[in-house]
Design a protein around this ligand. Sequence first.
Ligand SMILES: [Zn+2]
Length: 630
Amino acid sequence: MRLSKYAFIGLLSCCCAMAHAQYDGIEEGYYEFPIQPDRINYLSGSMGELRASHFHAGLDIKTNGREGLDVYAAAEGYVSRISVSAGGYGNCIYIQHPNGTTTVYAHLQQFDEELAKYVLENQYQKENFRVNLFPERNRFKVNKGEVIGLSGNTGSSGGPHLHFEIRNARQEVLDPLRFKFSQIKDNIAPLPRRIALKTMDIDSRINGKFGRFEYVLQRRGNEYILPDTLTAFGNIGVEIWAHDKLNGAPNRNGIPIIKVNDGEELLFSQDIDTIRFSQQKNIRIHTNYKAERENGRRFNKLYIDDGNTLKFYEEAEYDGILKVSEDSKHPISIKLIDSYGNQRKVLFNVKGAAPSNKTNVRINPYDEPYVLDNTLMMFDKVSSHNSITMSLPTGDEKVQAAYSDGRTNVFLWDLKKALPSKVKYAEGEEVLGFTNLVPAASEHSFLSDSYSLKFGKSTLFDTVYIQSYHGVGKNGQELLEVNQDVIPLKGSIEAEMVPLLEYDSAESYHVYQVNNPNYPSFVGGEWEDGKIRFGFSSFGKFTLLRDDTAPTIKYRPVRENVISFTIKDDLSGIKSYEAEIDGEWLLMNYERKRNLIWSERLDKTKPLTGEFALKVSDQAGNEQIFKLKL
Ligand SMILES: [Zn+2]
């Protein structure tokens, strides 16, 4: 049986070179499925799946909306790490195996009895709910298939499930599906939705226009196509919006393997078979960050953008950029392959056409000048003189329309040449507010009268053109705006601001990011000599707000020797809490999603009596105290 199964997989692997009896040097069958191993399971997440801030590191295995299912050690070994936190992986177990790999089991409801006792003792010893423990080698040995805990929904989990990872000896995550667990079925090919084409520089065009354009794919038999040939010129980036579906579940998972061909020539190839944690931030340039912020769709770029350091692009000599010259023909095929080898093809044609100053495709002008990479795009109604004037540090410069549809003129300006402060149209003018060009991979400081920005060597993926403003917003509040949150940051920017408005007791004000004005997000900051210093890791708008309201504590009656509370804070958010009984530290477990904390004694037989005190602090330094004689 075993041999024939491998022989079959071997046949499949000729075309995708991934399904072998071994994966990353590990035998298939080494690991047992960690939950409900006697039945078919379903996934709500796959390894490598594109998430907002990272590539998903493992499988999210559904647990039928329930908690408390037995979780099994996938192979023999010993527990090498246990962590407990209100966010992230919640209650989590790491098992080290003799072959050098580690398996990870996250969002658990409970640890196995022996582990639970060890965790509780350590929480009391460290007087902290949050712990990250590394038991000595072989202290907690496990056999393959041994129960290690119960599945749950702890940490940053959006519903009951088991998050399961396999990491190799280099601590890179592997794709567990490539071990071909019989508990997961997938014979459904990936489902492409849209492709996008993007001009990669100022001279490139798509259907006569500059910019990024999305096209809805149409199904034709087993393939997805664009019925019309696209015309293009210059350097073009292709992107795809697609998902993989597995049998029996509606969830949209990731697609690990994508190959793009221009006729016979391989243009781009990715295979997300391992991910390094240190490279997770590259998700922001592996996907189109700007498009996602603007329209909510997460496209996989099929080209390797500047600053991208991911290693899973197989053919490093191809950057994926399609080079289109006049009259050239490009039959493009995109092959999407899931971890089980199911394949789907997307086909479309691109034809080279020299750029022209007329396009017969309607131009939809934006309300404001628009930056795409290094190019500034401006729009004006067609008029008698068809030019605009850029105000540059060196004086004014006239710019002719790049192209027109007869109603709207499009003007393009290469920001690498010079940063314009203003643009004058046929009627009226517009302040552009470019203050600075910041190259990637170098330290850079930018000073103005009332604020400064400091960029580190690893702050940026690529050159950024800063458009910043410090003033008073429409709502009468302080406003510091540094670009829009459409450019990804790799690291953080240090800012220093001298407020323009008067504040009594300035120290009680903190910086909040207000990209969404309805949800101010606490940034913090430290005051010194009338200035506030803070760091941020996404562009956008910042203001100063005062949180002088302490957190609320709602007492829930003692049940079964356990005291519990609902704790909430309205603006800055909960920072910490601490409970005591008769002056001794008392563990309170924290379920952040439900704003719930509840006590757990080291000695559970000891009755919960005495002087109880709870202190809850928010990030702005406000404290609420609750006392009770139990
Ligand atoms: Zn997960």
